[in-house]
Design a protein. Structure first.
Ligand code: CO
Ligand code: ZN
Length: 339
């Protein structure tokens, strides 16, 4: 049934290698546009940098317009200055977690590498103002000759394979969703509904790309594709039901949206029709692009399909490829639904 040569794993691993900090998503968009252009009916970018790929319905004018959104951007550290010894001072773009940043290698879009340290002579836990990036410079001038104020570093760790099915890497949030969406666009055929795949920008600073794209697209149905946190590691707080390897997670609620029963129930029906395992997701913090799509214009019935991911917003975001593959199959069935 699926005649594409691009496996979910290959798409994901390629996407994980591309630099794409929040607000600097161009390289990710360019790679996706090259991949998708031969396989979709229309492809374009908008003012916010969203990449929008459209696969038309089999019968023109029939069916509904389903907008999917997966964000290309990845949290990072933005250079605000360098000190006289050449250490870069930074602020966060998106929800960078300080205790998960210490000791991490980072890389800038231009290829400059660095490592994250923190001032040691402080009392209490370090805050962002105590962090610095060491790029091997000795003076402020040398540092600012190699990187500019405003440049953004992201975690540089290479993907690590854990056992047969699991991969740990920075930027799973949300290249996992981008890989899912690309795979669906490559594999959907003779669909009764129009599929509008939005690869969105600036999700990590407040769903900004998706907000604009939803206005333009005017969808009948909205679906975000994103990672979600899990409750399946030792001592995790808060306790949550989501686990790796238990199938894609159908979101009930997070802090940005309560999923429309129209979308939620169609996802459950799609899973049941294809005997795909799934889990129900209640996330007590965070949100996805669904929060922006559902409030667009006069409102859009919206929901989220999530991939359970450990250590979200760290350099070792870990997911299970079986959840990705089952998520792709669920979505292929979902897009054939009647809404
Ligand atoms: Co995130
Ligand atoms: Zn995300």
């Amino acid at each position: 049934m699926h005649n594409s040569n691009h496996s979910m794993r290959d798409i994901l691993l390629s996407l994980l290698q591309i630099h794409g900090a929040t607000g600097r998503e161009e390289a990710v968009a360019a790679w996706l546009a090259d991949l998708l252009r031969p396989h979709v009916d229309e492809i374009s970018t908008d003012v916010m940098g969203n990449l929008i790929a459209i696969k038309k319905a089999k019968k023109a004018g029939a069916g509904k317009r389903i907008m999917f959104s997966a964000h290309m951007d990845h949290i990072g550290l933005l250079v605000i200055d360098a000190d006289e010894k050449g250490f870069l001072r930074v602020c966060s773009v998106g929800g960078v977690r300080i205790n998960r940043s210490l000791g991490q290698p980072v890389v800038f879009a231009g290829g400059v590498s660095g490592v994250i340290g923190a001032e040691e002579d402080i009392t209490g836990d370090p805050e962002m103002r105590h962090l610095y990036i060491d790029i091997g410079a000795s003076t402020r001038e040398e540092a600012l000759a190699r990187v500019s104020i405003g440049d953004v570093a992201v975690y540089a760790a290479a993907p690590v394979t854990l056992g047969e099915h699991r991969i740990a890497a920075p930027a799973m949030d949300d290249r996992a969703g981008c890989a899912l969406l690309a795979w669906v666009l490559l594999n959907a055929k003779d669909c009764p509904n129009e599929i509008v795949g939005v690869f969105s920008t600036q999700e990590e600073v407040g769903l900004r790309g998706a907000k604009v794209a939803a206005y333009t697209v005017e969808p009948d149905i909205g679906v975000a594709l994103d990672v979600t946190a899990t409750g399946d590691v030792p001592g995790v707080k808060p306790k949550m039901a989501m686990e790796l390897g238990k199938g894609p997670a159908i979101k009930i609620m997070d802090r940005a949206s309560i999923s429309s029963p129209v979308v939620r129930d169609a996802m459950i029906a799609a899973a049941k029709a294809k005997n795909i395992p799934y889990q129900l997701e209640v996330l007590t913090f965070g949100g996805t692009d669904a929060g922006a799509i559902q409030l667009s214009r006069a409102g859009v019935p919206s929901g989220t399909l999530s991939i359970a991911t450990r250590y979200v917003h760290s350099a070792i975001e870990t997911l299970d490829m079986r959840d990705m593959e089952q998520g792709g199959e669920l979505l292929l069935e979902f897009v054939n639904g009647e809404f």
